[in-house]
Design a protein around this ligand. Structure first.
Ligand code: SF4
Length: 331
């Protein structure tokens, strides 16, 4: 499958009064054309920092991309200057956030806001821009789009506002859509409708989606592949089936045991004990060792190599690596 975006060994740090926080520590993944890749993990694991790095929206200072490559259309986005990056944002790679109200200007009509996005990147007349705006509102399922174009954000419900934000993100037909917790602020019924909308849009436009979420329920409905992040690293990546039915990293197993699932109706939910490590001074070995029921001596001393389990499924855990025994004997 064609790779539309490649993130290679990405490192991102933040300078604070207390020292340097290493928020992302060597993240690598590919995004294929037309797929949905979900990045999942607890708050503070580095998933949003990763997505903001792709858009080069990390505030500098205090944040800084300290290493790696983000390859899109044969260019490394990390090396691009801001004017060139501005052309890519919105036109080629778009992003939507958790709270639609922060993305919408309360003083402008929906029509003006959608058309502004089109005119920034494409030289269209007002009439042409309006036609595209109407097409987008239809695509995201807003009824009576002619009337709705003239209305202001406060005249829409939360779910409708998120649909409008999605329309704004898609208006220039981007290759990649990054959705950062897009359903967290919505109630469960509306959440399901927005997730259906993502699937529908992907079918119609072929856009590749990176879905950032802490909620495995959301992932189960839409993701083709899932990357599980912990303490600034991807610790397991695989197809949705592999992650849900054959998770190999104890952290992934813990996440799955801590959320309700339809196929485990009577099973007890078990929270993961402890908290993620301090990323001022990240552990040298596996960052999950302090919370892991299977931790061995080697885990605390050496970070596990990545083990490729299938062509899509890979995990960073000593339990899967024969070399752990040899290392234990040397420690
Ligand atoms: Fe647990 Fe060790 Fe695997 Fe880390 S490497 S998840 S501590 S078994």
């Amino acid at each position: 499958m064609e790779k539309i975006l490649q993130v290679k060994d990405l490192h991102v740090s933040f300078s604070t009064y207390g020292g340097e926080v290493k928020a992302v520590r060597g993240v690598s993944f590919d995004l294929h054309k037309g797929e949905t890749l979900a990045i999942v993990g607890e708050s503070g694991c580095g998933k949003s920092v990763t997505s903001q790095s792709i858009m080069k929206l990390i505030p500098n200072p205090p944040g800084k991309i300290t290493g790696g490559e983000i390859l899109f259309k044969n260019q490394d986005l990390i090396k691009l200057k801001e004017p060139a990056m501005r052309k890519i944002r919105g036109a080629n790679i778009s992003m939507i956030f958790q709270d639609p109200m922060t993305a919408l200007n309360p003083t402008l009509t929906i029509g003006d806001q959608i058309m502004e996005g089109i005119k920034q990147h494409e030289h269209l007349s007002n009439d042409q821009a309006k036609r595209v705006a109407l097409e987008m509102l239809n695509l995201v399922g807003i009824p009576n789009p002619e009337i709705r174009l003239k209305q202001y954000p406060h005249q829409f419900s939360g779910g409708m506002r998120q649909r409008i934000v999605i329309a704004m993100a898609l208006v220039c037909r981007p290759d990649v859509l990054i959705a950062d917790e897009p359903t967290t602020a919505l109630d469960v019924t509306i959440q399901a409708q927005i997730l259906d909308l993502f699937r529908d849009i992907q079918k119609k436009t072929g856009v590749s989606i990176i879905l950032i979420t802490h909620d495995l329920g959301v992932v189960a409905q839409v993701a083709d592949r899932i990357a599980v992040m912990y303490a600034g690293r991807i610790v397991e990546i695989g197809s949705r089936r592999e992650i849900f039915y054959n998770p190999q990293h104890p952290y992934t197993q813990g996440l799955l045991q801590s959320v309700p699932r339809l196929d485990m109706e009577k099973a007890e939910l078990i929270p993961i004990p402890g908290t993620p490590p301090d990323l001022f001074l990240p552990p040298v070995g596996c960052a999950f060792a302090a919370r892991c029921p299977y931790a061995m001596e080697v885990c605390e001393r050496v970070y596990p190599f990545q083990t490729q389990l299938t062509n899509q499924h890979a995990v960073d855990c000593w339990l899967q690596d024969e070399r752990a025994k040899q290392l234990v004997s040397k420690i």
